[in-house]
Design a protein around this ligand. Structure first.
Ligand code: PEP
Ligand code: MN
Length: 240
């Protein structure tokens, strides 16, 4: 499984352009944030208009939409009809109320559950047990270290084998959030592949330097293309 798409859905044209592009590669799982959990209140929080844009794209293209939710209240119908894979973001790993809502209201929906950047593997696995959904994948997305002032997150792909000993859920490696910068994405993908995750997440944006969130780490189309052309050389076999 590979999940690709922008950090945030920013406009109708951005979303339509990205989906058009990713469908050229037969990417099935397309991500995009509608509601963003940001560290400062004056940064882009996502836009509810993106719900309409998603409804429109779903009429034209066949794809599985992967989207983080911060709550289920008031958006039950949208989740039910338009979100194919529910993402629980790292900042909500400890939000047991949200985990219970997802289990109770959307037990039939696949969930990807992200590790909090300060969580131990055991705590991560313990919290995953709140999700009673049939299909739950755990996402490693980089952790904070003593040197977070130099690099926000540190790649945690070497935790893949230890996590496997603690859980039977599939493990997805989020290359973009753990790389922190697009220039490191290809080598971190290649290195993570040695530890054989069951899937990957990669952020792609048509114009990363002007992205409204995670501008540093998103790949542009040319960078994504060059990774995609090299998957075989990197011995990465993905089920798109
Ligand atoms: C994201 O996937 O865009 C995101 C905010 O990730 P995380 O919750 O891992 O920070
Ligand atoms: Mn992001």
């Amino acid at each position: 499984m590979i999940i690709v798409g922008p950090c945030s859905i920013e406009s109708q044209s951005q979303l339509f352009g990205i989906i058009n592009q990713l469908k050229l590669y037969d990417i099935e799982y397309i991500r995009g944030g509608i509601w963003k959990y940001r560290s400062t209140s004056n940064s882009f929080q996502g836009t509810n208009e993106a719900m309409d844009w998603i409804r429109q794209t779903k009429e034209e293209w066949d794809f599985k939409f992967v989207c983080e939710i911060l709550t289920t209240h008031g958006i039950e119908d949208f989740i039910e009809n338009y979100i194919d894979v529910i993402q629980i973001g790292s900042r909500n790993m400890y939000n047991t109320d949200l985990l219970k809502q997802v289990s109770e209201k959307f037990r039939h929906k696949p969930v990807i559950f992200k590790r909090h950047f300060s969580s131990s593997l055991q705590d991560f696995v313990n919290h995953s047990t709140y999700l009673k959904n049939e299909n739950v994948s755990l996402v490693l997305r980089g952790i904070q270290t003593l040197h977070s002032h130099e690099q926000r997150f540190f790649p945690d792909f070497t935790d893949i084998p230890r996590l496997r000993e603690l859980t039977s859920h599939p493990i997805i490696y989020d290359v973009s959030h753990s790389a922190c910068h697009s220039k490191y994405v290809p080598s971190i993908l290649e290195a993570a592949n040695i530890f054989k995750p069951d899937g990957y997440m990669i952020e792609v944006h048509p114009d990363p330097s002007n992205a409204l969130s995670d501008a540093d780490q998103q790949l542009d189309y040319a960078e994504f293309n060059s990774i995609f052309e090299n998957l075989e050389r990197m011995k990465i076999w993905i089920n798109k």
